[in-house]
Design a binder for this molecule. Structure first.
Ligand SMILES: Nc1ncnc2c1ncn2[C@@H]1O[C@H](COP(=O)(O)OP(=O)(O)OP(=O)(O)O)[C@@H](O)[C@H]1O
Length: 932
């Protein structure tokens, strides 16, 4: 490497070379302008075809990516079909479960205690039936004695009104609370609560007891007959008037009821295996009032008999409606959900390309966002149509659901198509706010599921048919689409599917129209917000960027000298940098050079209280054909900003740059066709192969279909990846991925390639391999290399520019920089260590007297060096290795050589060498000066 450095030192000075080139340029001006015209014609043809090629690139990339994800695709297509199968099964289940049962009438129940047990279909589980009764606080004694009592115990003669309650003398066992004796009673019987306790207090107490009793849920607590079936509170009772209130045990917990035939049935129909239990509150109330009314009547005339009974209206018709309601609600909730599941997938694809910076990479390689959105839209639409068509065909032909077979096909098509479009637009919109693919998937699914659930609640519970969805809700496509599905599904469940367009209501019309309006609005919003809302990577545009673009277009393509800031005061530039600026200013034909940067400036606007920041200050430089130009600088110097401006990621604040003669301000598309970018990190799709990557970028850069294969093969050859053409990038090693990134920048024969720290993360072997590749390619194109490895810059770069604080601090060949900024040379001296340990051997060998210990050797050496090179600077030494920095002035290497060789033995020098200051010294010295 030193030899190489030495050769460079011997080389010509850069500005002389440039002046030579300038002279040649003038001489061959005519010939070149002819060539230039031809190339412009050629480029404009390329540009025209570019849109078609980009479409091809994006289309094939999407196809290639999709073809690698068979499982996901099948899920995409089949999930909606699974939802359909679910609707179908629910329909079948509902029909089987309820269809036959309720086609029979409900049993008729006589309101005579005990009689229900005679009824053939009724299973009377318990004979017990009892009520609590009480009096209102201010009830009179005459009321109390009129009511009397009938507590079901034969020995205690019943009295008053309650005596006339017809009783069934079954002698039911009754287990009272508080360990009272078990008694047998006639039913029904009426029991008063203990003194000073109200009925409700009594019931409350009983409930607490029940709550403490361990029980098995679902099993009736038949033995715990502690809660009455009902309660009566008498206010007034006389021959003229009977005023009372009734309560019935309507507690919804099954364990609080017994099967008593009044409030609860267990009935078993002939063809049923299991009895059915039901809580019957209303019948219980009627029954209790009927018992008391009948008793009251008999008080006046014991020969009068009322026989009444209770029976439900037959429920056959109701049941059918119930089944259909289930189906319509299931359909109304599942159809929109099934057809919304593409949303998370679309969001995932866009956000993934954003997160992995693939979008930025594509943009740097000339992809226009409008082409990207259009292609993404078309691809998503193709998937949508495929999925929805299968959904329809499956529902129509396989399951034969009336929703599909009887609703107008054109009506369904307009709705499905509108929803498909809206869904894609919503994915464009929601992706703006997301930067992680995983969260995009989760949020996408949540959006689909939650919207469907909310919509079904709104449709079925808040605005069920025939109510109409409020107008504002029709505006939001997911709600509108769910409403359409609900209306169609509900209509079909009533046997009145929408077969024709003329039967559609205004509500349906609105929902359909706003699907399409929503598509336009959300698409525009998504595309616009993507540009103006800060994303994790990429440039944020001004919110009026569309107007600015329009203005720029009207302005034309001429270079505007007012765009250049002519104030160079305060720039930390050396003489060479100033000459470089002068040289660039005098360039008339920019197409002669792969890259010309003229007074490029970038000012980051003040954001959130942060002051404005000038990241690049009027920087000028040029790069020649075949040159590898090293762009060095400390962190934050402005290298990335400079390259981002040149590659079109950021717009320059002032100044301009030309790539192969095309300027970045007005002709960025042609710029992209003529440059290649190898980013710092490998921005690759893990599922695409090496060849697919290269084909994609070749197409993106406008390589014609007839040439693309050959160019891709050449690029693979250049980086020694031909054998790995069919490997997915996920299967490549880190070094191979890096080489692929370089190949991507090479493909399409660009005039200039930007390599951003290309060897980051490579092991020494792979780094050297990469250097070989870059060196081999240098003859064909120019390269701009940013790196923090001085060794890399030294080995590869024919010229180096060091940027500090946004200005080009110095520029030149490595040796020139070392000469100008390096602190001279380094003298390395190793003294004999071994002889230390084996002094006698050393003495014998050298035939010298003992010259002492390590310290003495060091002292002797330092004295001698001070004597021959008075201005030396001693660097830290270790283990008898000494380094001296020696200045450039008056240095004669040959003299030092002679002197040291002569004194070598005396000074016990085993080895010595001299080298020029390294590039790292130059870098450090420049950076330190800039920081002062
Ligand atoms: N988007 C931005 N908005 C505001 N300031 C920015 C922005 N991007 C970069 N800067 C600032 O501009 C300066 C130059 O940054 P830049 O990334 O170009 O440096 P660099 O030389 O590439 O650094 P590194 O070697 O660390 O990548 C820094 O001070 C940085 O903080």
């Amino acid at each position: 490497m030193n030899q190489q450095a030495y050769n460079k030192f011997e080389g010509e000075e850069i500005h002389t070379e440039d002046l030579n080139i300038n002279r040649q340029t003038i001489n061959s001006q005519h010939h070149q302008s002819q060539q230039q015209r031809e190339s412009i014609v050629d480029e404009s043809v390329r540009l025209k075809k570019k849109t078609a090629y980009q479409f091809r690139a994006l289309f094939y990339k999407s196809i290639a990516l999709q073809s690698k994800q068979i499982g996901t695709n099948l899920c995409q297509i089949f999930t909606p079909l699974i939802c359909l199968i679910f609707v179908f099964l629910i329909k079948k289940l509902a029909e089987n479960q309820f269809g036959t049962t309720f086609s029979l009438d409900y049993p008729f129940i006589f309101n005579v205690p005990g009689m229900y047990s005679w009824y053939p279909f009724i299973d009377n589980s318990t004979c017990l039936e009892w009520y609590a009764y009480d009096f209102e606080k201010n009830a009179t004694d005459s009321t109390r004695s009129f009511v009397g009592y009938n507590n079901g115990v034969d020995e205690e003669q019943p009295q008053g009104l309650l005596k006339n309650i017809f009783q069934n003398k079954n002698k039911c066992q009754f287990e009272p609370k508080y360990n009272e004796k078990t008694v047998s009673r006639n039913v029904p019987f009426f029991k008063m609560p203990p003194e000073n306790t109200s009925i409700n207090e009594e019931i409350y107490e009983s409930l607490q007891i029940l709550n403490e009793v361990p029980y098995q849920r679902g099993i009736d607590l038949n033995s715990l007959d502690i809660i009455p079936d009902g309660a009566v509170q008498f206010q007034e009772a006389s021959k003229e008037k009977l005023v009372y209130k009734v309560q019935i045990n309507d507690l919804r917990i099954p364990e609080y009821h017994r099967n008593n035939g009044i409030t609860k049935y267990r009935f078993k129909l002939e063809n049923m295996e299991q009895p059915v239990s039901e809580l019957r509150v209303a019948e219980g109330q009627i029954s209790l009032i009927d018992l008391i009314s009948r008793a009251y009547l008999q008080t006046f005339n014991e020969n009068v008999w009322l026989v009444s009974g209770i029976q439900y209206m037959p429920l056959v018709g109701e049941d059918k409606a119930f089944i259909m309601r289930i189906i319509s609600i299931t359909g109304a909730s599942l159809y929109p959900l099934a057809l919304s599941l593409l949303l998370p997938i679309f969001m995932y694809v866009i956000v993934l390309e954003k997160e992995e910076k693939l979008l930025e990479m594509m943009k740097m390689n000339g992809m226009r966002m409008k082409d990207y959105w259009l292609m993404t839209f078309l691809f998503s639409l193709t998937l949508t149509l495929l999925t929805y068509t299968l959904f329809y065909l499956f529902g129509y032909f396989i399951l034969g659901l009336s929703f599909f077979t009887e609703t107008s096909l054109s009506l369904l098509f307009v709705c499905f198509f509108g929803w498909g479009l809206s869904q894609i637009a919503l994915s464009f919109f929601f992706q703006v706010f997301l930067s992680k693919a995983r969260s995009a998937t989760i949020i996408g699914y949540l959006l689909s599921i939650w919207t469907s659930l909310i919509a079904v609640t709104i449709n079925a519970a808040v605005y069920p048919d025939p109510y109409q969805l409020p107008f504002t809700m029709r505006l939001y496509p997911p709600l509108g689409f769910s409403r359409l599905m609900y209306i169609f599904s509900f209509a079909c469940s009533n046997g009145q599917c929408f077969r024709r367009w003329d039967s559609i209501t205004d509500e349906i019309k609105d929902c359909i129209i706003f699907l399409y309006v929503g598509f336009v609005v959300f698409t525009l919003l998504g595309v616009y917000l993507h540009e103006v809302i800060p994303q994790e990577f990429g440039t944020q545009q001004h919110w009026l960027f569309c107007l600015r673009k329009l203005r720029k277009r009207n302005k034309g393509n001429d270079f505007d000298s007012s765009m250049v800031n002519q104030n160079y005061e305060g720039l930390q530039e050396d003489e060479d940098s100033k000459q470089e600026r002068e040289f660039v200013r005098n360039i008339e034909d920019h197409s002669q050079y792969p890259l010309v940067i003229r007074d490029l400036r970038k000012v980051y606007k003040p954001v959130g209280g942060r002051p404005e920041h000038v990241a690049v200050k009027n920087l000028s430089l040029h790069v020649k054909k075949g040159e590898i130009f090293g762009l060095l600088g400390p962190n934050g110097a402005g290298k990335t900003t400079l390259i981002s401006m040149i590659t079109g990621v950021y717009a320059p604040t002032k100044g301009n740059a030309w790539i192969a003669g095309y300027d970045i301000v007005n002709n960025i598309e042609m710029v992209h066709l003529n440059m290649g970018v190898c980013p710092q990190f490998d921005l690759l799709w893990p599922d695409l192969t090496v060849e697919e990557h290269l084909l994609f970028y070749a197409r993106l850069k406008g390589v014609a279909p007839s040439e693309e294969k050959a160019k891709v093969e050449r690029a693979m050859k250049e980086v020694y990846l031909e054998q790995k053409a069919s490997y997915k990038t996920a299967e490549l090693s880190g070094g191979m991925k890096r080489r692929l990134s370089v190949a991507i920048s090479l493909v399409g024969d660009p005039s200039i390639i930007f390599l951003d720290e290309p060897s980051t993360g490579l092991d020494p072997k792979n780094r050297r391999k990469l250097w070989d590749i870059l060196s081999e390619c240098r003859g064909k194109r120019a390269m701009v290399l940013t790196t923090h490895s001085m060794e890399e810059a030294d080995v590869l770069c024919s010229r180096i520019g060091i940027i500090t604080n946004g200005s080009l601090r110095c520029i030149g060949q490595s040796v020139t920089l070392k000469k100008n900024y390096g602190k001279g040379y380094h003298l390395y001296i190793n003294c004999e260590k071994k002889k230390q340990q084996d002094r006698s051997a050393f003495d014998e060998e050298s035939h010298q007297s003992d010259s002492g210990t390590q310290e003495e050797i060091k002292d002797n050496l330092f004295k001698y060096i001070d004597q021959i090179i008075p201005k030396n600077e001693k660097k830290p030494s270790f283990n008898m290795n000494f380094i001296f920095q020696i200045p450039n002035d008056n240095l004669k290497v040959s003299q030092i050589f002679d002197l040291l060789e002569k004194e070598k033995t005396r000074l016990k020098i085993s080895d010595w060498g001299i080298s020029q200051s390294s590039l790292e010294d130059v870098f450090m010295s420049i950076v330190e000066t800039a920081e002062q």
